[in-house]
Design a protein around this ligand. Sequence first.
Ligand SMILES: NC(=O)C1=CN([C@@H]2O[C@H](COP(=O)(O)OP(=O)(O)OC[C@H]3O[C@@H](n4cnc5c(N)ncnc54)[C@H](OP(=O)(O)O)[C@@H]3O)[C@@H](O)[C@H]2O)[C@@H](O)CC1
Ligand SMILES: Nc1ncnc2c1ncn2[C@@H]1O[C@H](COP(=O)(O)OP(=O)(O)O)[C@@H](O)[C@H]1O
Ligand SMILES: [K+]
Length: 500
Amino acid sequence: MKSYSEPVSLPSELLSVAEMYQADRLAMEGGVSGATLMEAAGKGIADLIIDTWPTGRCLVICGPGNNGGDGYVVARHLTEAGWQIDLASLVDPEVLTGDAALMRDRWEDDILSLREVMLDDLDLVVDAGFGAGFSRFLESDISTLLSRVKKAAVPVVAVDMPSGVNGDTGAVDPGAIPAAMTVTFFRAKPGHFLYPGRSYCGRLQIIDIGIDVEYLEEIDPETHLNGPDLWRDDLPLLTPEIQKYSRGHAAIVGGGISSTGAARLAARASLRAGAGATTIVSPPSALMIYAAAMEAVMVTSIGEAGDFADWLQARRIGTVLIGPGNGVTDRTREFTLLALESAANVVIDADALTVFRDDPDMLFSLIREKDEGEVVLTPHEAEFERIFSLAGSKLERARTAAALSGAVVLLKGADTVISTPDGKAVINYNAPPYLATAGSGDVLAGLIAGLFSGGMTAFSAAATAVWIHGAAGNMLGPGLISEDIENVIPEILSGLFREL
Ligand SMILES: NC(=O)C1=CN([C@@H]2O[C@H](COP(=O)(O)OP(=O)(O)OC[C@H]3O[C@@H](n4cnc5c(N)ncnc54)[C@H](OP(=O)(O)O)[C@@H]3O)[C@@H](O)[C@H]2O)[C@@H](O)CC1
Ligand SMILES: Nc1ncnc2c1ncn2[C@@H]1O[C@H](COP(=O)(O)OP(=O)(O)O)[C@@H](O)[C@H]1O
Ligand SMILES: [K+]
């Protein structure tokens, strides 16, 4: 087994386009001119190119705004370093204003029109067409040029964002083409990590252009990249006085006789993640199956909803996970409502989400009225659509859903987004596609329940679980099945605790 190495570690703050302009403004108010920032941006990109590719011939495509301005600076520095540069403008260069016009004037060589661009014998293309200011759609002459670049199979370095990728949403214009490397400034943007944008960025590099990190305090970014720095200090620490129940007792509601696997996967993950005790609540008909299959996980049989409420209280259950393999049934619905009425934290997944498709407001009002305990909803896209049906980017949808429901919402996928009701959100980026396998969501839900039981907040438990899940995916790699995930959790946790 290869040992796990964390994907490249990046600063956790992600700036929306508006927050990036705010950073720009703060820097200028602090005495760093826009032209100085643009010079630093262009020089930084040129230096990276010089470090990465042998000197050769490069086409620099410049747009109408400051992204284009950066392109003129890159072109100048590459020329000085001995590169042969063709520079093409997407617009009449005379329309440029401000710092971009200044950089155009500092460029002493030819400016080609789109019609004049030749793509033969190129070693590199710098895409300085549109960055943070991209809106609307790519005009057809621009798309045509980009598609010619793609066909020529020349590596592309994108300035800030590949042209046509939206920095806030990760939405991609049909004319956009993928970059080999994207170089952004100060901090990354959500669009670098939300799909499909993420797959157009290639290797992401973040460079310092002289914006003071202290401005982040004033900007107070709403979105972060998920990673241990956000929640490492909240991990449940063990002390000599603890006993199993003080580490937290999680209840996993199990499904009927033909679908017991989901709860079993979740229950074992819950124990691995640190719940001191985990009990599967089985319908009476399936008790024998659960009892025969589980060792450390306990099993209890509860048929009536009323008995479930009494049991939660009597056993002082700290966290309930409901939904995996439960079936879209009255039992699932009633047990979910009772879990929400109890003092426990509740993780609502899979069928326990779908069962509210006809009256999600009822679910949301119970969540909002809950006195004690927090709630996490863990839908995949289809489950999300059933109960929220919202438009917008994944980030916007998760935020709105959290605000609407009053729960922490974890919207799954390759770019899982987790949001609190007040809009604090993380985007996860360490999850490999090996995790797209039956049962892996059940394991994730169990991890959340285990961390929640250990005393983490809903948001930290969800973010930690998703990250551990991704780390497990990377460690196991090809051939991963959901049963494997729990086996690597001790090693991942040990790594996290070593860093404390
Ligand atoms: N700290 C920082 O932030 C720093 C940022 N820097 C750089 O600034 C970049 C942001 O610059 P920016 O605001 O000028 O935006 P940019 O991406 O050049 O596009 C704006 C122009 O494109 C036009 N336009 C838009 N969509 C269009 C379309 N579909 N089709 C046609 N036109 C379209 C738009 O027109 P409008 O929408 O206003 O009509 C406007 O004219 C950023 O990505 C980074 O590279 C660095 O210099 C250093 C410091
Ligand atoms: N392409 C992908 N890349 C990374 N992670 C993925 C991908 N597809 C799915 N996942 C993750 O795998 C898990 C699947 O969960 P879910 O859809 O509930 O499946 P199941 O119900 O079979 O357990 C989620 O954590 C999801 O984020
Ligand atoms: K660009």
